[in-house]
Design a protein around this ligand. Structure first.
Ligand SMILES: [Zn+2]
Length: 379
């Protein structure tokens, strides 16, 4: 009763009708701690990775439904494979997500990194998949999602993929350096933002998902729920988590893709709290459809990478090589001993990039200058 009275006083003092439905006492405690929180009228699209979880996802679905908020669920599809003991229950949850109007997306099959993954200390944790493994992961994931939804997965308005750990689309500066040092990739720029753009235009992981019809959606709000243990936290951790998320959503970019995990117990209470208090402060929680209509700012920041951009990118690169050629600039041939390389009989060597008067080698593949793809690049 004391809490409810306090809440009513605080809320009315603000002239706001803020309450977390079903968690009135928590509302009062949080409101008491967030008196200084100002908020921009930002738009937020909620996304959940790594599920489904039989213990947690249904509660999150219920809370989203009560509030009529639509999210995207990035499914880790080993959860749907016949070897998984809960596969049938997981399939039912995916069907419920789709029935409720959420977007179903792929988070890959077995949650391994598709490309190089290092920790903050610079230690290589995973080298990433080979091309064959990437193709297997994507096909397996797509087949399982289609089988769980009677083929409706591929017929959704948007086909989205999110790499585990974002690797394949969002490498760290240290990872880009490592790729350059180990000869995996070359960059013409020196700043991180430009090098990241170059990487996204040529990432074999992105090329592979685009070949299966996917665009990539990363995030620009990390809830940091993955650093919390899977078990429900104590009340002070819960309050701190809700407050830090609201603060960041309120002060971040005007359109945000928010990363959460529906395998984390804390989100059963944190998500309804963030929606109810966020809406009260002026945030708007938008569906994947609405996000798509406004995606240009996300594209600019590399958060959303469309299939069209990925597939067009090599053509842009060939264009720039041809442009340098037409200006009489010398293109240094890059020699590399890898599977994807071009063999030059003239020089008796293999190259990843090279340009001559009759043909050009781009990322290990020869193109004749009369080839339609090269012709399409000549302005
Ligand atoms: Zn994940």
């Amino acid at each position: 009763m004391k809490f409810v009275m306090f809440f009513l006083f605080t809320a009315s003092a603000w002239g706001l009708d803020c309450t977390i439905r079903g968690h009135e006492e928590l509302s009062a405690e949080i409101l008491n701690e967030m008196q200084d929180l100002s908020c921009k009228k930002n738009q937020v699209h909620l996304t959940f990775d790594d599920g489904p979880s039989v213990a947690i996802t249904p509660t999150i679905l219920k809370e989203l439904k009560t509030r009529n908020v639509k999210a995207t669920f990035f499914i880790t599809t080993t959860n749907l494979s016949s070897q998984h003991p809960k596969a049938l229950l997981h399939k039912k949850i995916v069907q419920d997500e789709m029935f409720d109007g959420h977007l179903i997306a792929s988070h890959g099959h077995d949650h391994s990194a598709h490309a190089l993954r290092m920790n903050a200390q610079g230690v290589v944790l995973e080298k990433g998949f080979t091309q064959k493994e990437r193709e297997y992961q994507i096909k397996e994931s797509m087949d399982l999602l289609n089988s769980a939804t009677s083929g409706k997965f591929s017929k959704q308005d948007q086909l989205l993929f999110r790499f585990p750990y974002g690797r394949g689309a969002m490498p760290s500066p240290a990872e880009l350096n490592e790729m350059e040092n180990n000869g995996e990739m070359t960059f013409s720029a020196s700043g991180y933002a430009s090098r990241l753009k170059e990487y996204q235009a040529r990432s074999p992981s992105l090329q592979t998902i685009a070949g299966s019809g996917f665009s990539h959606l990363g995030w620009n709000h990390d809830s940091h729920d993955s650093s919390l243990s899977a078990k429900m936290q104590d009340r002070s951790v819960l309050k701190k988590f809700i407050l830090s998320n609201l603060k960041s959503l309120c002060h971040g970019p005007s359109l945000q893709v928010a990363l959460y995990h529906d395998i984390k117990e804390i989100n059963q209470i944190a998500i309804p709290a963030i929606i109810d208090l966020g809406q009260c402060l002026g945030l708007r929680f938008i569906s994947a459809d609405e996000m798509k209509k406004k995606k240009s700012s996300l594209e600019k920041d590399g958060v959303y990478i469309s299939r069209e951009f990925i597939q067009k990118a090599p053509v842009d690169k060939i264009s720039s090589i041809l442009e340098k050629l037409s200006l009489g600039m010398k293109i240094d041939c890059v020699e590399e001993e890898v599977d994807q390389s071009c063999y030059s009989q003239q020089y008796g060597k293999r190259y990843t990039h090279c340009a001559g008067s009759e043909s050009i080698c781009f990322e290990g593949k020869w193109y004749s200058r009369t080839d339609p793809i090269v012709q399409g690049c000549i302005k």
